[in-house]
Design a protein around this ligand. Structure first.
Ligand code: SAM
Length: 277
């Protein structure tokens, strides 16, 4: 069988399983099966597919049809221009989080703290982009911290990054001129309405803190004064309905220049503030 025919069959399987973006996912899985970069797939589309490659593709498609995210099947996710290791222990880094990265990089920083680092996507990207800076990634999950450390090594920032098991600020030491967080923020009600694939395959701990989804922001803003250097910045990712509530918490905690930034779909996505003494 040639690549295009196998690809068509895989796409149809994903469409039948009601997977959104079935064609795009099938292409990513085929690139994985053939071990070629996704943007080179067209160049090999007329080639014969080997039995081993066909089996790998079919197994991947079957797994995706059950709802497993592509990143977990191929073990990788492209984020802000780099490939990150992704396992079932961490949130699959989302494109929306790149908004937080761009905003953080608008000003230089020396020392960054990433609360709820997960795969390390935020911390590792910031350190890779800001040469000379160092930082700490904190997470309550040992398994996530292990993935974050592997990403720091793979992306050559491990000498500037350290990782700590911590319930938000609990075991964090020192002060920082940039603190970032993409905490779990889905409400308890929203969680039960999430896509089955997300609920079944991504860690609940990474998605929801329960209740109104705002508890991590309360805990972070309550203690922010002890960890942020003068003129330091706090940036957090939020859910689209949380802008006003989180903005109010930033102001309540004494931060200034508080702004809510929008994502690609014009939904509130990041809250930013600065500690002006
Ligand atoms: C939404 S994920 C973000 C992962 C990664 N920073 C990203 O943006 O892709 C939230 C992360 O917060 C961590 N987390 C949940 N509760 C926590 C707590 N009480 N203290 C520290 N980290 C926590 C989860 O383990 C998870 O890795």
């Amino acid at each position: 069988m040639i690549v295009t025919a196998a690809l068509r069959a895989g796409t149809l399987t994903l469409i039948a399983a009601e997977i959104p973006d079935a064609a795009r996912d099938a292409r990513r899985l085929m690139a994985f099966a053939l071990d070629v970069a996704p943007d080179r797939l067209t160049l090999v589309s007329g080639d014969e597919i080997s039995l081993k490659q066909a089996i790998r593709f079919e197994e991947s498609v079957a797994s995706r049809a059950l709802g497993r995210p592509v990143s977990q099947i191929i073990g990788r996710r492209h984020f802000y221009g780099r490939d990150f290791i992704v396992t079932p222990d961490v949130l699959d880094p989302r494109p929306e989080t790149e908004i937080l990265i761009s905003a953080a990089l608008e000003q230089p920083f020396q020392k960054v703290l990433d609360l709820g680092t997960g795969s390390g996507a935020i911390l590792v990207t910031l350190l890779a982009e800001q040469m000379g800076a160092n930082g700490q990634g904190a997470d309550i999950s040992d398994a996530a911290l292990n993935v974050a450390s592997r990403n720091a090594v793979a992306l050559n920032v491990s000498e500037r990054a350290d990782f700590v098991k911590s319930d938000w600020f609990e075991n964090v030491d020192g002060d920082f001129d940039l603190i970032v967080s993409n905490p779990p923020y889905v409400t308890a009600d929203e969680y039960s309405a999430l896509d089955k694939g997300v609920r079944e395959f991504e860690p609940k701990l990474a998605l929801t803190p329960g209740g109104d989804g705002l508890m991590p922001y309360r805990l972070i803003t309550e203690r922010i004064q002890s960890f942020l250097r003068p003129f330091g910045r706090l940036l957090v990712e939020i859910g689209p309905t949380q802008g006003a509530a989180v903005k109010a918490m930033f102001k309540e905690s004494g931060l200034s220049e508080v702004q809510v930034l929008k994502d690609f779909d014009a939904r509130d996505r990041v809250v930013i503030g600065r500690l002006v003494p």
